[in-house]
Structures are given as structure tokens and as C-alpha cells.
Design a protein around this ligand. Structure first.
Ligand code: MN
Length: 133
């Protein structure tokens, strides 16, 4: 099923690569290079998922994720962060900002699509389970 994915990535090659992979997966992709347009683009496009580069010129992807989580109209949209950071503390910062998952660059196609599909799938908590945890 086609989903709408907002792709925020300033690097031209990564934006093209991620966009091509997502489109090949049957999704409707809005790629944007300028992070300062991310929230406005979300309001217009109504994405089912946001893929957010953390290192953006002039604005941090962390700040954008935090802004998304504070916005009543946007906060329910899952966010997959992609980052060139590798440090242990960085994962915590990214999750604290409100990202649902993150991938470290360089991102491989297989894990990338797995992470995308996991966030697009219905939440497991929405499925009643007969077995006690
Ligand atoms: Mn970047």
C-alpha cells in the first residue's frame, strides 16, 4: 500500500538514493533539502512517515523532531532519523528528541527499508493479543 513519506535530507546524493529506494518500494515521496521548510511541508503533504537527516545546514534535525513532537497536528507522525553521528550518547539524544528509530550513515538499503516498513506498519499494541506477556 502506498504511503506518503517526507524525506528531509540536504545531501543531494543521499536524497536521490533514499528517494529512489522509497519510490521503488511503491511510496509517494516528497524530498526536501531545506530543513527550515520541514514543518510547513508536513502540514501540506500529510506524510505517514518522516525521514529526518540530523545534520542539516542552519537547523538541527534534532530541533525539528522536537518541534514536530510539540505540534498537536504533527506529533503522531513517526520519524526515522538518519545520522552521520556514531557516538553512544547520540542515540539517546535522538530518541530523547522524539525520533521513533534511527539509522547511522552510511545507510544500507536493506536495513533502511526494514526500518521504514516497521514504522509504516500498524503498531503491535493495536492488535489484541490472547497470550499474556
Ligand atoms: Mn545532512
Amino acid at each position: 500500500m502506498t504511503k506518503r513519506i517526507l524525506l528531509v535530507e540536504d545531501n543531494d546524493l543521499n536524497r536521490k538514493l533514499f528517494g529512489d529506494v522509497l519510490k521503488a518500494g511503491g511510496h509517494d515521496v516528497m524530498p526536501i533539502a531545506d530543513g527550515s521548510q520541514a514543518l510547513e511541508a508536513m502540514r501540506r503533504f500529510g506524510p505517514d512517515l518522516v525521514i529526518m537527516d540530523i545534520q542539516l545546514p542552519n537547523i538541527s534535525g534534532l530541533d525539528l523532531i522536537a518541534q514536530i513532537r510539540r505540534d498537536p497536528a504533527l506529533k503522531a507522525v513517526p520519524v526515522l532519523a538518519v545520522t552521520a553521528y556514531a557516538g553512544k550518547g547520540d542515540e539517546e539524544k535522538i530518541r530523547d528528541a522524539g525520533a521513533d528509530n534511527y539509522l547511522a550513515k552510511p545507510v544500507s538499503i536493506g536495513p533502511f527499508m526494514q526500518a521504514v516498513n516497521a514504522l509504516l506498519a500498524p503498531a503491535p499494541s493495536a492488535t489484541p493479543s490472547a497470550a499474556p506477556a
